[in-house]
Design a protein around this ligand. Structure first.
Ligand code: AMP
Ligand code: MN
Ligand code: MN
Ligand code: MN
Length: 284
């Protein structure tokens, strides 16, 4: 079992627990090193770091940046970032700025299929209104009885081709990697098994193109063990890590009790041969 959980969310983005509560839960579940990786925002890091210090676990400053790459939306996790680095702070601010207008369009498109009040409804679930996103709409739709749970609501309303989906321009991949690396951090491709085009997974040709570009830009890691991956995918992405010389990362992608694929911590070991991403900062 791994002592590390390097991907999770608090109320600063679309998680259900405050940064301090999230850290306490992680510590209680045996996590020794935790990274908080809220979407497009770093406002929870100070509170989380303080809680981690109090509880005696290691804390890593993180973020999960939303990126548009061709027709795909990708997530890039930054680990050991400097939250005061101005290009990162300004870049994330710009990414967040687009979310309000997007939410408005999502609500309008849901209204067209007869679902009213979605904008106000979603904002009620957004602890941090500047990160309003699909998860908050999902919670509203479940609350209103349109779906039985957050998982099925996505498939019926919030993915490409469905009424509540609005395409959006996020950060570029080169900008994202440069904000992370420029701040002294490590750029990691999050949950590569999650990227779909329509109903199909991103094919291996496209994934190879992405990994080539990502490594050329200075990307150094890939999530091998993710709460969003199957054990078969651990092996698959371990092979890609090896092929592209990437360090392996691991994270639950926990959002809240009862809402996630996995709870915090307890992640299984990497397949043999993986170089853990923490080799980049330990024993230095
Ligand atoms: P956004 O950044 O607003 O597009 O929201 C993306 C977030 O929605 C992800 O980080 C997940 O928390 C959640 N999400 C996306 N797809 C799904 C899905 N199929 N099931 C559950 N949650 C999802
Ligand atoms: Mn999320
Ligand atoms: Mn993600
Ligand atoms: Mn995530």
């Amino acid at each position: 079992m791994l002592d590390y959980d390097l991907h999770c969310h608090s109320t600063v983005s679309d998680g259900l627990l405050t940064p301090a509560d999230l850290v306490a839960r992680a510590a209680g579940r045996g996590v020794k090193f935790l990274a908080l990786t809220d979407h497009d925002d770093i406002a929870g890091l100070a509170e989380a770091a303080e809680a981690a210090a109090r509880l005696g676990i290691g804390f890593i400053n993180g973020v999960e940046v939303s990126v548009s790459w061709g027709s795909h939306t990708l997530h890039i996790v930054g680990l050991r970032i400097d939250p005061a680095y101005p290009p990162l702070v300004e870049g994330l601010h710009a990414v967040r700025n687009g979310r309000g207008a997007r939410a408005q369009l999502m609500a309008e498109s849901l209204a067209k299929v007869g679902i009213g009040g979605a904008l106000e409804g979603a904002y009620r679930y957004a602890g941090n209104p500047s990160i309003i996103g699909r998860t908050h709409f999902a919670r509203f739709l479940v609350e209103s009885g349109y779906s039985k749970d957050v998982r099925s609501v996505f498939n019926n309303y919030l993915v490409k081709g469905k009424p509540g989906y609005v395409s959006h321009q996020w950060a570029t991949l080169p900008d994202t990697v440069s904000w992370i690396r420029g701040s002294g951090g490590i750029a990691v491709l999050a949950h590569p098994g999650r990227y779909t085009s329509g109903r199909k997974h991103m094919g291996s040709t496209t994934l190879r193109e992405l990994l080539r570009e990502f490594t050329d830009l200075g990307g150094q890691g890939i999530e091998v063990v993710s709460g969003a991956h199957t054990p078969e995918q651990y092996a698959e992405f371990a092979r890609y890590a090896e092929e592209y010389g990437l360090f392996a990362s691991c994270g639950s992608d926990f959002h809240g009790p009862g809402e996630s694929y996995r709870d915090l911590g307890g992640l299984p070991d990497f397949p043999l041969g993986c170089r853990p991403v923490w080799q980049l900062w330990e024993n230095k």
